[in-house]
Design a protein around this ligand. Structure first.
Ligand code: FES
Ligand SMILES: [Fe+2]
Length: 331
């Protein structure tokens, strides 16, 4: 399998990258990241151009990394500025690849592909993660499955009934009709649940009794993100699927950056526009999401292992898979 190239991928939460180098494999490429003294992030191939020791094992010296094997010093531009024998002339041909990198919406994004094609305008628009009036927090997990299985999972919320039987499953989820729509390279999967009793989480957030309209709109964003617009509005507000800002609203953020063909980095969280100064609510949502996503991961890793054990069988597509498995024509 080849990964989609010439795309931005989430490589880390902003807070994960500090002065000490961290190593993460993205789309099969080992990458080392660290912050320069001015706070900006550097991303290099995690391999010394001499004998390929991981540079992440090296020692920070100013904005540079000194390799822990023979001591060559590599700059943020991926070039040596000091050779193992310090009197030796610097060999400019010894370089390590440099990755375009940008910080946006609380994440560090790395460009996988041809560096000259990197355009910050192409970073996926996770606007609720950084917009005024919203608060965003979440976590990270390494998951032993093909990132595309994760996209399937998130674009098919009928799985909530069984995988999340004890947590967020609600019978209206199965009853409400699903609408799938493709817009360019994005896929939307919408569910509008009019005039229902809100589940406890949303009743508390709305701080109001009575019937509500509830929605879930899953949006797939190339190459590997799904954001889910969720919330409730009081029925009397007459909100619609197209416009629903009268109640409380959140976005579940999921980005599944491929690590290898059978593993991925899962960056998850929730941005919300209610109780934004309440750290207790933030912590409770994060803990709740972590429990729910662990239920998904158990299923996804079980599925990945079983795909390998059953090479004579193939994955089939049912009507519930319309969000995750679109035909290729016209895309
Ligand atoms: S492997 Fe890095 S200097 Fe030799
Ligand atoms: Fe799930």
């Amino acid at each position: 399998m080849t990964f989609l190239r010439n795309r931005w991928y989430v490589a880390a939460w902003d807070g994960e990258v500090a002065n000490a180098p961290i190593s993460r494999k993205i789309c099969g490429e080992p990458i080392v990241m660290y912050r320069k003294l001015d706070g900006s992030v550097v991303a290099l191939r995690d391999a010394c151009p001499h004998r390929l020791l991981p540079l992440s094992m090296g020692i920070r010296e100013g904005d540079n990394l000194r390799c822990k094997y023979h001591g060559m010093v590599i700059t943020p531009e991926g070039k040596p500025c000091e050779m193992p024998l310090t009197h030796e002339r610097v060999n400019e041909k010894l370089t390590t690849p440099v990755y375009p990198v940008v910080e946006r919406h609380r994440f560090v994004w790395v460009w996988i592909g041809e560096p000259e094609r990197a355009d910050v305008g192409l970073v996926p628009d996770f606007w609720p993660c950084s917009a005024p009036g919203w608060v965003f927090d979440g976590g990270y997990m390494r998951v032993g499955c093909d990132y595309r299985l994760f996209i399937d999972n998130l674009m098919d919320l009928t799985h909530e009934t069984y995988v999340h039987m004890g947590s967020i499953g609600q019978k209206e989820l199965m009853e409400a009709p699903l609408e799938t729509r493709v817009e360019g390279k994005e896929v939307f999967l919408s569910r509008w649940m009019p005039n229902i009793d809100p589940p406890p989480f949303w009743r508390e957030a709305l701080k109001k009794d009575g019937k509500v309209d509830r929605w879930q709109v899953c949006q797939f964003i190339e190459p590997c993100s799904v954001i889910i617009d969720v919330g409730v509005s009081p029925v009397e507000a007459d909100d619609t699927l197209e416009s629903h800002d009268s109640g409380v609203r959140g976005f579940v953020i999921d980005s599944m950056t491929p690590e290898t063909e059978t593993s991925c980095h899962y960056f998850w969280g929730m941005a919300r526009n209610f109780d934004i100064h309440d750290a207790g609510v933030t912590a409770r949502i994060k803990a709740g999401q972590e429990n729910i996503f662990n239920e998904d991961i158990e299923v996804l890793e079980g599925q990945q292992k079983n795909i390998a054990l059953n090479p004579d069988m193939k994955l089939r597509v049912l009507s519930i898979d319309s969000g995750g498995a679109q035909p290729d024509e016209g895309r």
